[in-house]
Ligand binder design. Structure first.
Ligand code: SF4
Length: 581
């Protein structure tokens, strides 16, 4: 039996599977297939393999010119089963890999004879931009191309299907006991990931469902409680066993990000705000580190700020555990969505502006210190959603003023993510869809986005990574228009533009020399002052055009002393580590 898994990439409120992330779905699918049929040949292809293979043939420009899997066409021709995984619920900006949608993949897969199965969040549709309403169009199209659409858990369906197709129920969910083997066996698929082993980060699941939604219902727009109506915490031993399997294969970057709130892992239900369980989280991360001692990245993702603000003692213990066992540059994304209490009430949002402020303060106190990779250890991120029902002009101003307060009080926020709300069928927002404000407030939204980018993001970035900071292990990923773009591997890494052509897929240490609204400019260090181009030299802090000319006229320098005497010894402190001869 030959089976092809096509990863169209996934992005959901509580889970990411867009490269360099390898998400949970392909891994679990692979594991379920192998558990059901040990001798099955399973091929992992990405949507970029298909784009390069088929669009390339037609002479259409592709994002990646060469398929990572040159045998793509042959694999699809001979596959008995083709499993497509996709679904984009929280669209973002992607640096090099762009998620697919059903229209695109349908075009590629239609000619092949194998049984076609669609899994992942794609059955609810995909939103390629904020401010849209997801209709049933994608699902209708999917029904014409795929033999089976899986609404429950893909891995459960695949396991049953391979035992006996008649018994496979596309609505079946598995529990964590069933998942255990799939996750461990499925780790092996990482070997087929295009950038394995150096440039892959795996998303790890600890919980499904939303504890806050269990207490008082979900946020109006969110798909997580629609898919998972109860909350299930994954046992520590199972998470650790999966991490061990991945680590033993060579994976060194992990994000424990597949959960709605890491601070609510194994928490006690308690209405709106569950009571956190620091012992369980310490046990979880200590366990991970015991089997993966030399991880390069161990990050997390979402947290509910209401939990942190209402249980500060427990939350400080949790934050300290994330720092003790994790790695710097870690980010906890807080879903504030709106600082307007009226909007919060109408949309059943999870935290108030005051609670979010308290949570930001707590994380800054515990995690604001700079770590060995150049980034602060653990910072909050803030998620904002524009266009929610109930919004007025005042709502945008309240949200802006909330962010301004954080800035004015010297606090750090790693990232402010502003999305326009997407309406998904099945969510409470679907019933309020006539009141969504993305169209009506189009100009207001644009205005406040611009204002936040300029007046908050820019000074905030300057605070988080001041000029002269050296970020370690920045992977060069894309070259475009004279700039090489790179980022560290982790949760919400900063995108660094380097003003020269650098060999891609290598790690560099980069000195930050300038700031944009959402990205930064950096130059790879150390810079050889005897050979570097004047264009790059003048980016160094304290070296403008004039000093660059002076450097050129005095080259070659025979000692560092000679160099610093030429440019001024007062610059030595900031440039000491940045130059070489
Ligand atoms: S807190 Fe709200 S946005 Fe977050 S997972 Fe729960 S329902 Fe979704």
């Amino acid at each position: 039996m030959r089976i092809a898994i096509v990863d169209g990439y996934t992005d959901e409120p509580a889970g990411l599977g867009v490269p360099p992330y390898l998400g949970i779905y392909p891994r679990y699918a692979y594991g379920a297939i192998k558990k059901a049929n040990k001798s099955a040949e399973v091929f992992y292809l990405t949507i970029d393999d298909l784009r390069a293979t088929f669009e390339g043939e037609n002479g259409i420009a592709t994002r990646n010119k060469t398929p990572n899997f040159p045998e793509t066409k042959k694999i699809l021709e001979t596959a008995d089963v083709i499993v497509y995984i996709g679904g984009l619920h929280t669209p973002g900006k992607y640096l090099s890999a762009v998620p697919s949608q059903v229209d695109e993949v349908a075009k590629f897969l239609k000619p092949f004879k194998g049984v076609k199965i669609l899994g992942g969040p794609a059955f609810m549709g995909s939103a390629h931009a904020g401010g849209t309403k997801v209709t049933s169009r994608e699902l209708l199209l999917a029904q014409t191309v795929f033999d089976h659409i899986v609404y429950g858990d893909l891995e459960a369906f695949l396991f049953d299907y391979l035992q006996d197709p008649k018994d496979a129920d596309p609505f079946r969910f598995r529990d964590y006991a069933e998942l255990r083997d799939y996750a461990i066996i499925g780790a092996e698929v990482v070997r087929q990931f295009p950038d394995f082993p150096d440039f892959v980060i795996v998303e790890i699941e600890t919980q499904r469902g939303c504890p806050k939604a269990m207490g008082i219902g979900g946020c109006s727009f969110c798909t997580e409680p629609v898919r998972y109506r109860t909350v299930e915490d994954r046992p520590v031993e199972d998470v650790v066993a999966e991490v061990k399997a991945l680590y033993d294969l060579g994976v060194r970057h992990f994000r424990v990000g597949r959960q709605s709130c890491i601070f609510s892992y194994m928490a006690r239900p308690n209405g709106r705000v569950p009571v956190p369980n620091p012992e369980a989280i310490e046990k979880l991360f200590a366990g991970i580190r015991s089997v993966a001692p030399h991880v390069k990245t161990l990050h997390v993702d979402n947290a509910n700020p209401a939990v942190i603000a209402n249980y500060p003692e427990e939350s400080i213990r949790i934050a300290k555990a994330l720092i003790k066992y994790g790695t710097p540059g870690n980010v906890v994304a807080f879903g504030l969505e709106s600082a307007d209490p009226k909007v919060a009430k109408l949309n059943n949002l999870n935290a108030t502006a005051e609670e979010t402020y308290e949570a930001v303060k707590i994380l800054n106190e515990v995690g604001g210190r700079r770590g060995y990779n150049g980034m602060p250890w653990l910072l909050p991120g803030i998620n904002i959603v524009f266009g929610l029902p109930g919004e007025t002009k005042k709502s945008y101003e309240l949200t802006f003023q909330f962010l301004k307060r954080l800035l004015d009080e010297g606090l750090m926020v790693r990232r402010i993510n502003i999305r326009q709300v997407v309406v998904f069928p099945g969510t409470p927002l679907w019933h309020l869809r006539g009141k969504v404000k993305t169209e009506k407030h189009k100009r207001l939204i644009q205005h406040y986005k611009y204002k936040i980018r300029h007046e908050i993001d820019l000074p905030m970035l300057k605070r988080v990574v001041p000029v002269g900071t050296i970020l370690r292990d920045v992977r060069a990923e894309v070259f475009d228009n004279g700039l090489t773009y790179g980022r560290q591997i982790g949760s919400y890494p900063l995108i660094v533009g380097m003003p020269k052509k650098m060999p891609l897929n290598r790690f560099y240490n980069v000195m930050i020399v300038d700031h944009g609204y959402r990205s930064i400019t950096g130059i790879p260090v150390p810079v050889n002052v005897n050979t570097e181009s004047p264009k790059v030299l003048q980016y160094l802090p304290g070296i403008g055009k004039k000093t660059a000319v002076k450097i050129l006229s005095k080259r070659p320098f025979r000692s560092r002393e000679e160099f610093f005497e030429t440019i001024g010894n007062e610059k030595r402190e900031i440039l000491e580590e940045a130059i070489t001869l």
